[in-house]
Design a protein around this ligand. Structure first.
Ligand code: NAP
Length: 298
Protein backbone atom coordinates (compact mmCIF):
# COMPACT_ATOMS: atom_id res chain seq x y z
CA UNK A 1 0.00 0.00 0.00
CA UNK A 2 1.04 3.63 -0.51
CA UNK A 3 2.48 5.52 2.45
CA UNK A 4 4.13 8.94 2.79
CA UNK A 5 7.33 8.60 4.78
CA UNK A 6 9.71 10.87 6.63
CA UNK A 7 13.23 9.44 6.41
CA UNK A 8 15.29 12.49 7.49
CA UNK A 9 14.97 15.93 9.06
CA UNK A 10 15.70 17.70 5.77
CA UNK A 11 12.26 19.24 5.47
CA UNK A 12 9.20 18.89 3.26
CA UNK A 13 11.06 18.13 0.02
CA UNK A 14 12.74 15.09 1.59
CA UNK A 15 9.41 13.25 2.03
CA UNK A 16 9.22 9.98 0.08
CA UNK A 17 6.49 7.61 -1.03
CA UNK A 18 6.79 3.94 -0.10
CA UNK A 19 4.98 0.72 -0.94
CA UNK A 20 4.56 -1.06 2.40
CA UNK A 21 2.40 -4.01 3.52
CA UNK A 22 -1.14 -3.41 4.73
CA UNK A 23 -1.04 -3.73 8.56
CA UNK A 24 -2.19 -7.11 9.85
CA UNK A 25 -5.41 -7.00 11.83
CA UNK A 26 -4.85 -7.50 15.58
CA UNK A 27 -7.48 -8.53 18.17
CA UNK A 28 -7.49 -4.97 19.56
CA UNK A 29 -7.27 -3.32 16.15
CA UNK A 30 -9.59 -1.73 13.62
CA UNK A 31 -8.36 -1.59 10.01
CA UNK A 32 -9.35 1.60 8.22
CA UNK A 33 -9.12 2.41 4.50
CA UNK A 34 -8.11 6.07 4.57
CA UNK A 35 -9.97 8.69 2.54
CA UNK A 36 -9.07 12.26 3.57
CA UNK A 37 -6.22 13.53 5.76
CA UNK A 38 -5.31 17.00 7.02
CA UNK A 39 -2.04 18.81 6.35
CA UNK A 40 -1.08 20.27 9.74
CA UNK A 41 1.84 22.48 10.88
CA UNK A 42 2.99 19.69 13.22
CA UNK A 43 3.87 17.62 10.14
CA UNK A 44 6.22 20.11 8.50
CA UNK A 45 7.70 21.16 11.86
CA UNK A 46 8.54 17.52 12.69
CA UNK A 47 10.00 17.01 9.23
CA UNK A 48 12.61 19.72 9.82
CA UNK A 49 13.25 19.50 13.56
CA UNK A 50 13.76 16.34 15.66
CA UNK A 51 12.76 18.32 18.78
CA UNK A 52 9.65 19.94 17.30
CA UNK A 53 7.35 17.89 19.53
CA UNK A 54 7.68 15.60 22.52
CA UNK A 55 6.36 12.67 20.50
CA UNK A 56 8.25 9.93 18.68
CA UNK A 57 9.39 12.11 15.77
CA UNK A 58 13.06 11.21 16.18
CA UNK A 59 12.44 7.56 15.29
CA UNK A 60 12.83 7.38 11.52
CA UNK A 61 11.64 6.29 9.08
CA UNK A 62 8.10 7.11 10.07
CA UNK A 63 4.73 7.51 8.40
CA UNK A 64 3.72 11.18 8.62
CA UNK A 65 0.35 12.57 9.73
CA UNK A 66 -1.70 12.65 12.91
CA UNK A 67 -5.15 11.48 11.81
CA UNK A 68 -7.82 11.58 9.13
CA UNK A 69 -11.04 10.01 7.95
CA UNK A 70 -11.72 6.67 6.31
CA UNK A 71 -13.89 3.57 6.29
CA UNK A 72 -13.53 0.57 8.58
CA UNK A 73 -12.79 -2.57 6.53
CA UNK A 74 -11.96 -5.07 9.31
CA UNK A 75 -12.55 -5.25 13.07
CA UNK A 76 -10.46 -7.24 15.60
CA UNK A 77 -12.05 -9.81 17.88
CA UNK A 78 -11.84 -7.54 20.95
CA UNK A 79 -13.45 -4.53 19.27
CA UNK A 80 -17.05 -3.52 18.59
CA UNK A 81 -18.16 -5.40 15.44
CA UNK A 82 -20.66 -2.60 14.71
CA UNK A 83 -17.69 -0.49 13.54
CA UNK A 84 -17.40 -2.56 10.34
CA UNK A 85 -18.13 -0.47 7.22
CA UNK A 86 -18.58 2.74 9.22
CA UNK A 87 -16.98 5.98 8.11
CA UNK A 88 -14.81 7.25 10.95
CA UNK A 89 -12.56 10.06 12.10
CA UNK A 90 -9.39 8.53 13.52
CA UNK A 91 -6.60 10.13 15.55
CA UNK A 92 -3.26 8.45 14.95
CA UNK A 93 -0.38 10.63 16.25
CA UNK A 94 2.08 7.85 15.34
CA UNK A 95 1.33 8.33 11.61
CA UNK A 96 -1.73 8.31 9.38
CA UNK A 97 -0.57 8.88 5.77
CA UNK A 98 -1.01 5.29 4.58
CA UNK A 99 -3.71 3.76 2.40
CA UNK A 100 -4.74 1.55 5.34
CA UNK A 101 -4.27 2.32 9.02
CA UNK A 102 -4.55 0.05 12.05
CA UNK A 103 -6.13 1.89 15.00
CA UNK A 104 -5.77 0.18 18.37
CA UNK A 105 -7.00 2.99 20.64
CA UNK A 106 -10.80 2.88 21.12
CA UNK A 107 -10.73 6.49 22.39
CA UNK A 108 -9.23 7.72 19.11
CA UNK A 109 -11.92 6.53 16.67
CA UNK A 110 -15.23 8.31 16.04
CA UNK A 111 -18.03 7.08 13.73
CA UNK A 112 -19.36 9.80 11.44
CA UNK A 113 -23.05 10.47 10.81
CA UNK A 114 -24.23 10.81 7.19
CA UNK A 115 -24.52 14.59 7.59
CA UNK A 116 -20.76 14.96 8.23
CA UNK A 117 -18.49 14.72 5.18
CA UNK A 118 -15.06 13.09 5.19
CA UNK A 119 -13.51 16.47 4.42
CA UNK A 120 -15.14 18.42 7.24
CA UNK A 121 -14.39 15.65 9.76
CA UNK A 122 -10.75 15.42 8.59
CA UNK A 123 -10.44 19.16 9.32
CA UNK A 124 -11.29 18.44 12.97
CA UNK A 125 -7.88 16.81 13.43
CA UNK A 126 -5.53 19.12 15.38
CA UNK A 127 -8.20 21.83 15.46
CA UNK A 128 -11.10 22.24 17.89
CA UNK A 129 -9.45 20.00 20.51
CA UNK A 130 -6.66 22.55 20.85
CA UNK A 131 -9.10 25.46 20.57
CA UNK A 132 -11.06 23.91 23.44
CA UNK A 133 -7.93 24.03 25.66
CA UNK A 134 -7.58 27.74 24.84
CA UNK A 135 -11.29 28.31 25.47
CA UNK A 136 -10.83 26.86 28.97
CA UNK A 137 -7.84 29.18 29.58
CA UNK A 138 -9.98 32.17 28.60
CA UNK A 139 -12.91 31.08 30.76
CA UNK A 140 -10.64 30.56 33.78
CA UNK A 141 -8.88 33.92 33.37
CA UNK A 142 -9.96 37.05 35.23
CA UNK A 143 -8.54 39.28 32.48
CA UNK A 144 -10.90 41.81 30.95
CA UNK A 145 -9.16 41.77 27.53
CA UNK A 146 -8.24 38.73 25.40
CA UNK A 147 -5.84 39.30 22.51
CA UNK A 148 -5.76 36.35 20.05
CA UNK A 149 -2.80 36.15 17.64
CA UNK A 150 -3.28 34.17 14.42
CA UNK A 151 -7.04 34.69 14.69
CA UNK A 152 -7.54 33.62 11.05
CA UNK A 153 -5.72 30.32 11.64
CA UNK A 154 -7.69 27.09 11.59
CA UNK A 155 -7.43 26.83 15.37
CA UNK A 156 -8.23 30.54 15.78
CA UNK A 157 -11.43 30.22 13.76
CA UNK A 158 -12.48 27.19 15.81
CA UNK A 159 -11.71 29.09 19.02
CA UNK A 160 -13.83 32.08 18.06
CA UNK A 161 -16.72 29.74 17.26
CA UNK A 162 -16.39 28.00 20.63
CA UNK A 163 -16.30 31.21 22.71
CA UNK A 164 -19.61 32.01 24.32
CA UNK A 165 -20.78 35.62 24.63
CA UNK A 166 -18.92 36.94 27.65
CA UNK A 167 -17.76 39.96 29.59
CA UNK A 168 -14.22 39.88 28.19
CA UNK A 169 -13.29 42.05 25.23
CA UNK A 170 -11.88 39.85 22.43
CA UNK A 171 -9.23 41.39 20.16
CA UNK A 172 -8.57 39.05 17.19
CA UNK A 173 -5.17 39.93 15.69
CA UNK A 174 -4.55 39.21 12.00
CA UNK A 175 -1.94 40.21 9.45
CA UNK A 176 -3.03 42.88 6.92
CA UNK A 177 -3.06 40.16 4.21
CA UNK A 178 -5.55 38.10 6.22
CA UNK A 179 -7.92 40.87 7.33
CA UNK A 180 -10.48 40.43 4.53
CA UNK A 181 -10.47 36.62 4.86
CA UNK A 182 -10.94 36.82 8.62
CA UNK A 183 -13.75 39.36 8.30
CA UNK A 184 -15.59 37.10 5.85
CA UNK A 185 -15.23 34.13 8.22
CA UNK A 186 -16.03 36.03 11.44
CA UNK A 187 -18.18 39.06 10.62
CA UNK A 188 -19.11 39.50 14.29
CA UNK A 189 -15.53 40.25 15.37
CA UNK A 190 -13.26 43.14 14.37
CA UNK A 191 -10.16 42.17 12.34
CA UNK A 192 -7.41 44.03 14.19
CA UNK A 193 -3.84 44.32 12.94
CA UNK A 194 -1.00 44.55 15.46
CA UNK A 195 -0.45 48.19 14.52
CA UNK A 196 -4.13 49.01 15.19
CA UNK A 197 -4.34 47.50 18.68
CA UNK A 198 -5.02 50.40 21.07
CA UNK A 199 -3.21 50.65 24.42
CA UNK A 200 -4.95 48.27 26.86
CA UNK A 201 -4.48 49.35 30.46
CA UNK A 202 -6.48 46.61 32.22
CA UNK A 203 -5.53 42.92 32.66
CA UNK A 204 -5.01 41.19 29.31
CA UNK A 205 -4.69 37.54 28.39
CA UNK A 206 -2.72 37.01 25.16
CA UNK A 207 -3.70 33.77 23.42
CA UNK A 208 -0.82 33.04 21.06
CA UNK A 209 -1.65 30.85 18.07
CA UNK A 210 0.70 32.50 15.53
CA UNK A 211 3.90 31.63 17.40
CA UNK A 212 5.82 34.76 16.33
CA UNK A 213 8.04 36.39 18.97
CA UNK A 214 8.34 39.67 16.99
CA UNK A 215 4.53 39.83 16.86
CA UNK A 216 4.28 39.23 20.62
CA UNK A 217 6.87 41.96 21.24
CA UNK A 218 4.85 44.41 19.13
CA UNK A 219 1.59 43.53 20.86
CA UNK A 220 2.87 43.58 24.42
CA UNK A 221 4.21 47.10 23.87
CA UNK A 222 0.49 48.08 23.81
CA UNK A 223 -0.27 46.25 27.09
CA UNK A 224 0.19 47.34 30.70
CA UNK A 225 -0.55 44.08 32.50
CA UNK A 226 -0.62 40.79 30.61
CA UNK A 227 -0.13 37.01 30.61
CA UNK A 228 0.62 34.94 27.52
CA UNK A 229 -0.67 31.43 26.83
CA UNK A 230 0.80 29.89 23.67
CA UNK A 231 0.09 26.73 21.68
CA UNK A 232 2.91 27.47 19.23
CA UNK A 233 5.92 28.56 21.36
CA UNK A 234 7.26 26.36 24.15
CA UNK A 235 9.58 29.14 25.32
CA UNK A 236 10.41 32.74 24.43
CA UNK A 237 12.16 35.77 25.85
CA UNK A 238 8.75 36.96 27.06
CA UNK A 239 7.27 34.90 29.91
CA UNK A 240 4.59 32.55 28.60
CA UNK A 241 2.74 29.36 29.41
CA UNK A 242 2.76 26.66 26.72
CA UNK A 243 -0.35 24.48 26.55
CA UNK A 244 -1.01 21.49 24.32
CA UNK A 245 -4.04 19.67 23.02
CA UNK A 246 -5.91 17.48 25.45
CA UNK A 247 -9.34 16.10 24.75
CA UNK A 248 -11.80 13.51 25.88
CA UNK A 249 -13.65 11.26 23.42
CA UNK A 250 -16.81 13.13 24.47
CA UNK A 251 -15.27 16.39 23.20
CA UNK A 252 -14.81 14.98 19.71
CA UNK A 253 -18.25 13.38 19.67
CA UNK A 254 -19.58 16.86 20.50
CA UNK A 255 -17.55 18.50 17.69
CA UNK A 256 -18.83 15.90 15.20
CA UNK A 257 -22.39 16.43 16.41
CA UNK A 258 -21.97 20.19 16.06
CA UNK A 259 -20.66 19.76 12.48
CA UNK A 260 -23.77 17.68 11.70
CA UNK A 261 -26.15 20.36 13.02
CA UNK A 262 -24.20 23.25 11.50
CA UNK A 263 -23.30 24.66 14.92
CA UNK A 264 -19.61 24.22 14.06
CA UNK A 265 -18.01 25.11 10.75
CA UNK A 266 -14.76 23.46 9.62
CA UNK A 267 -12.49 25.93 7.78
CA UNK A 268 -11.24 24.12 4.64
CA UNK A 269 -8.98 25.33 1.85
CA UNK A 270 -7.72 23.11 -1.02
CA UNK A 271 -7.56 19.33 -1.37
CA UNK A 272 -4.57 17.64 -3.05
CA UNK A 273 -4.01 14.03 -4.13
CA UNK A 274 -1.95 12.16 -1.53
CA UNK A 275 0.85 11.64 -4.09
CA UNK A 276 1.14 15.45 -4.13
CA UNK A 277 1.70 15.70 -0.36
CA UNK A 278 4.93 17.68 -0.83
CA UNK A 279 3.04 20.28 -2.90
CA UNK A 280 0.20 20.26 -0.37
CA UNK A 281 2.58 20.92 2.53
CA UNK A 282 4.36 23.71 0.65
CA UNK A 283 1.00 25.27 -0.20
CA UNK A 284 -0.09 25.18 3.46
CA UNK A 285 3.27 26.26 4.89
CA UNK A 286 4.12 28.99 2.37
CA UNK A 287 0.73 30.74 2.15
CA UNK A 288 -1.43 32.64 4.58
CA UNK A 289 -3.92 30.38 6.34
CA UNK A 290 -7.21 30.09 4.46
CA UNK A 291 -8.55 26.95 6.12
CA UNK A 292 -7.22 23.42 6.51
CA UNK A 293 -5.42 21.95 3.49
CA UNK A 294 -6.32 18.30 2.90
CA UNK A 295 -5.04 15.32 0.91
CA UNK A 296 -7.13 12.47 -0.40
CA UNK A 297 -6.42 8.83 -1.19
CA UNK A 298 -9.51 8.66 -3.44
N1 NAP B 1 0.10 22.97 21.34
C1 NAP B 1 -0.64 22.11 20.65
O1 NAP B 1 -1.14 21.10 21.18
C2 NAP B 1 -0.90 22.36 19.21
C3 NAP B 1 -1.84 21.56 18.51
C4 NAP B 1 -2.08 21.86 17.17
C5 NAP B 1 -1.41 22.92 16.56
N2 NAP B 1 -0.50 23.64 17.26
C6 NAP B 1 0.19 24.78 16.66
O2 NAP B 1 -0.75 25.84 16.57
C7 NAP B 1 -0.38 26.72 15.51
C8 NAP B 1 -1.59 27.04 14.66
O3 NAP B 1 -2.02 25.86 13.98
P1 NAP B 1 -3.07 25.99 12.79
O4 NAP B 1 -3.24 24.65 12.22
O5 NAP B 1 -4.27 26.76 13.22
O6 NAP B 1 -2.20 26.89 11.76
P2 NAP B 1 -2.58 27.71 10.47
O7 NAP B 1 -4.03 27.56 10.11
O8 NAP B 1 -1.55 27.40 9.45
O9 NAP B 1 -2.39 29.26 10.93
C9 NAP B 1 -1.15 29.81 11.29
C10 NAP B 1 -1.43 31.24 11.80
O10 NAP B 1 -0.25 31.84 12.26
C11 NAP B 1 -0.12 33.13 11.65
N3 NAP B 1 1.30 33.42 11.55
C12 NAP B 1 2.28 32.55 11.20
N4 NAP B 1 3.47 33.17 11.21
C13 NAP B 1 3.23 34.46 11.58
C14 NAP B 1 4.06 35.59 11.77
N5 NAP B 1 5.40 35.53 11.60
N6 NAP B 1 3.46 36.76 12.14
C15 NAP B 1 2.15 36.82 12.31
N7 NAP B 1 1.29 35.78 12.15
C16 NAP B 1 1.85 34.61 11.79
C17 NAP B 1 -0.81 33.00 10.33
O11 NAP B 1 -1.19 34.27 9.81
P3 NAP B 1 -1.40 34.45 8.19
O12 NAP B 1 -2.39 33.41 7.77
O13 NAP B 1 -1.92 35.85 8.05
O14 NAP B 1 -0.06 34.24 7.58
C18 NAP B 1 -2.02 32.15 10.74
O15 NAP B 1 -3.00 32.96 11.33
C19 NAP B 1 0.77 26.00 14.77
O16 NAP B 1 2.00 26.56 15.18
C20 NAP B 1 0.67 24.57 15.24
O17 NAP B 1 1.89 23.90 15.18
C21 NAP B 1 -0.25 23.39 18.58
Amino acid sequence: MLAIMQTSFNGIDALTTADIPVPALTPNGVLIKMHVLPVVPTDWKREANPHATAEQAAQLPRIIGVGGTGQVVAVGANRNPALLHQRVLVMQPSGSYSAYLLSENPDFIFPLPAAVTDTSAAALTAGPGTAHVLQREITASTATNVVVTGANSVIGLYLLQLLQPQDKHIWPIVSPASQAYFQAQCPDYPAVTAADLPPLTTDTLVIDIAGSEPLLNTLTAHLTDYEIVSIALTQATLPLKFVHESFTPADYRQFIGDLATGDLHAPIDRTFAVRDTIAAQHYACDHHSRGRVLVTFD
